[in-house]
Unconditional design. Structure first.
Length: 307
């Protein structure tokens, strides 16, 4: 297997942290060229610090981290109580970052890395798509150089989780999501249609914790403070797909985003053939199902392997 070379664009966030660790644990399938951060689960200063803290936890100082956009393109900044805790990582008191970010802005880093590696870099946004959209606006030539965007966001065929209409990432920056969806790049969408099926259980956490070292135990501590009840493991689904695509299945669909209506801002608007209209041909592979036991077996194995 040739590893997929990725830029992981994220807003850590507990489930982002798990996605980062899963990528680090699977070098045979995924090469993380860079981590870029964006406003989302918490403000940019915290998402960036959290990316550094997770990198330090895993001992991966070789991975460059670039800070990106501190606000959405046009939408107002949403300040809501986070299911990720006050610091974004469950308030488990991970050490402060021992390393620093790169000086280059995330948008410029995305453009540079893609241009220097045409056809080689898969973009994996698992937070609001602001950095991705601004890279496409600033350097539209890169669209033809990106082989695929595999992203977490939206809810094609079910209600939202941030509002009745909208999934969180699309709601935070609907304009960015719309720019990404209409850029003509091959897209694979991990929305709530599938990620809401990735339910973490206490029994699974207990099993992983008992067999883990420092990294795995920290991951489980974050998960225990995350969400309400049995929370969903949204973002790691993107990385799991790169490692083992057979875990998932989906449909080809036309997907765009409502950007203006107050009650439905961020809503995914989707149609599957033959329901779509001319001019609205499928632009996205929408993942709708997963093999949950195999997914959680993979996550358990990889978290334990990190020590």
């Amino acid at each position: 297997m040739t590893p997929r070379r990725i830029i992981l664009d994220c807003d850590p966030g507990v489930d982002d942290a798990l996605a980062i660790l899963l990528a680090f644990a699977t070098p045979e399938a995924v090469t993380v060229e860079a981590i870029t951060t964006v406003i989302g689960n918490v403000m940019l200063d915290k998402t960036t610090a959290n990316a550094l803290r997770i990198r330090d936890l895993a001992g991966r100082s070789d991975i460059p981290i670039y800070a990106g956009c501190p606000r959405p393109i046009m939408a107002p900044i949403e300040r809501k109580q986070s299911v990720h805790g006050g610091d974004g990582l469950g308030d488990i008191d991970l050490p402060a970052p021992a390393s620093a970010i790169e000086a280059e802005h995330a948008v410029d880093a995305i453009i540079r890395i893609v241009r220097n590696n045409p056809g080689q870099i898969t973009l994996c946004p698992i937070g609001p798509m602001t950095n991705i959209a601004l890279a496409l606006i600033k350097a539209p030539d890169i669209a033809k150089l990106i082989p695929e965007i595999v992203f977490m966001g939206g809810a094609a065929f079910r209600p939202g989780n941030s509002t009745p209409a909208a999934e969180f990432n699309f709601m935070i920056d609907p304009h960015a999501a719309q720019i990404m969806l209409t850029a003509g790049i091959p897209l694979t969408m991990f929305g709530l249609d599938v990620t809401a099926q990735a339910l973490i259980t206490k029994r699974w956490m207990d099993t992983v914790e008992a067999a883990s070292g420092k990294v795995g135990r920290a991951a489980i501590a974050m998960l225990r403070a995350y969400g309400f009840g049995d929370p969903c493991l949204h973002d790691p689904c993107v990385i799991a797909h790169l490692i083992e695509p057979s875990l998932f299945d989906g449909v080809d669909a036309w997907v765009e985003v409502e950007t203006t209506a107050p009650l439905t801002r961020g809503q995914s608007v989707a149609a599957v053939a033959p329901r779509h209209r001319p001019g609205h041909e499928p632009n996205c592979r929408v993942i709708t199902s997963l093999d949950s036991p195999r997914l959680f077996d993979l996550l358990r194995e990889k978290l334990i392997s990190l020590g």
